[in-house]
Structures are given as C-alpha cells and as structure tokens.
Design a protein. Structure first.
Ligand code: ATP
Length: 241
C-alpha cells in the first residue's frame, strides 16, 4: 500500500476522494494539519497542527451500498481495539461514529462514498484522533473533548497509524466476509449508552427510550412504550438523557 503524507492539506478525505480512481484498497493519507477538517453534515473537525492524527483510508468494499451501512461501527470497533491493545483504558463508542475517552470525545470518524455499483462500494474512511491537545487548542472545541496525553507510553504517530491501518484492513476484510455479525459483541461491549436512557434527535423530531445496542444492519435499537424499534440514517444524533 501507499501512504500519502502531508504537512498540511485541506482535508485528508478530500484528497483521497479527489484521487479515488488512482487508489487501491488500503492506501492511506496522513496529515499534520487540516485547514478544513470535516465532520458529519458539514460540521468541522478541529485539526490543529502537530501532535494529532488526521488520516483517511481508501477501500473498495466488495458489497453494495445497502450492505455497507454499518461500516462506521466497524471502524469505531477497530480503532478502539487498536487503542485498547496499546493499553488505553476508559474508551467507549457512541453510535454511530464517535470514540470517547472518559466520556469525552477523543476521535471522530467520517466515511464518504466515492463511487458505488451493485457489487462494490468505493469509500474513504477518515478519522481524527486527539493525541496531545493544548489548552488553547481545546478551547476552540464546542463540546467536552479528551486526548491520549494521559497514556503511559504514548506511541508516536507513525506507530499509531501503522497499527490502526493493520487493524482496519483486517476488520474490513472480516466485515466483507461476515458482515456486522462479527462486530455486534465488540460494539455492545464498548457502547457507552447501552441500557441507558437516550434521545435520538432527528430534526424536527426526537424520540426517547432505552438504548438496546445495535441490530445486524447497524441500526440503533431503542426501547420505549412503542416497543423496541430500530433507527438508522445519517441525520440522527444520539444524546444521553
Ligand atoms: P453527532 O452526535 O451528530 O455525531 P457530533 O458532535 O459527534 O454529533 P460529528 O460530525 O461526529 O458530530 O463531529 C463534529 C463535532 O465534533 C464538531 O461539531 C465539534 O463539536 C466536535 N469536534 C470538532 N473537532 C474536535 C476535536 N478535535 N476533538 C473533539 N471534538 C471535536
């Protein structure tokens, strides 16, 4: 595989999407700084220079788009597993695309589609991880955040990206072969909100209930007086009650 390394770029996802036709599954892009790091629905991922990870992996998934819907959960499980194996404790996942440390946001995942057919989905999987955030940098983030600075032996960025890259490739192949079934247990073990009361915001509506984990399509299961129902879609945000 190839690694494209930038001191500075607008967005590692944007770079990979722009070069998708020349890329192979497993190629990765890493930057020290993003001038326009992206979150979901046009939101921003704050990407100060140095000391953090901004990376995007390109992958041609041997599945059609309708079967790729749980992919952000797979990526969340994969990054959490890598960090846990490096000794990080207190990690958790929040449906559908966030990784928390001590209940504060450590990392974000943004999957963007470059092309799809009825057999294949070409994707860019972006992730940002806060490694060592200064107070000044952190003041610009409008929700509670965390970083890896409390780690006993914080790996250098190269080692971390190599480990995540290896784990992601393994997990993407597993997902292609076995679907989300292979990840349900891993997700539920790390789900911060399982069996807790949450609200799903789906502007202009909201629905409250007890989170019962995810189903085989990656939808979130919510139990309330309507029964247990599955919710899925890029417009949904989960909030703890
Ligand atoms: P949702 O619950 O809908 O996923 P979200 O707040 O997790 O909402 P994302 O699109 O996943 O939204 O991430 C973007 C948001 O993350 C930003 O609006 C900001 O609040 C927060 N954020 C931005 N940069 C960072 C960062 N470096 N570390 C932690 N949080 C950040």
């Amino acid at each position: 595989n190839r690694c494209f390394y930038f001191d500075e770029t607008n967005s590692t996802n944007a770079f990979m999407l722009n070069h998708a036709s020349e890329l192979e599954s497993g190629d990765i892009c890493v930057a020290e700084y993003q001038s326009a790091g992206r979150g979901r629905r046009g939101r921003q991922w704050l990407s100060p220079y140095g000391h953090h990870m901004y990376a995007s992996l390109f992958w041609r998934l041997n599945l059609d788009i309708s079967n790729a819907s749980g992919l952000s959960l797979v990526v969340g499980c994969s990054i959490v597993k890598t960090l846990q194996e490096l000794g990080v404790e207190g990690l958790g996942v929040k449906w559908p695309n966030d990784i928390y440390l001590e209940h504060k946001k450590l990392a974000g995942i943004l999957i963007e589609l470059s092309h799809h057919s009825d057999r294949q989905t070409e994707l860019v999987i972006g992730f940002g991880i806060n490694m060592s955030m200064s107070v000044e940098q952190g003041e610009l983030i409008d929700q509670p955040w965390s970083d890896l600075s409390a780690m006993d032996n914080m790996p250098d960025k190269t080692m971390l990206v190599v480990k995540i890259h290896q784990q992601l490739k393994r997990d993407l192949v597993l997902f292609e072969q076995q679907g989300l079934d292979a990840f349900l247990q891993r997700w539920n073990n790390n789900d911060l909100f399982i069996n807790r009361e949450v609200t799903l915001l789906m502007a202009p509506n909201a629905v409250t209930g007890i989170c019962r984990g995810i189903d085989k399509q990656g939808a979130i299961l919510l139990e309330n007086d309507q029964g247990t129902n599955a919710f899925v879609g890029g417009e949904i945000s989960l909030r703890a009650n």
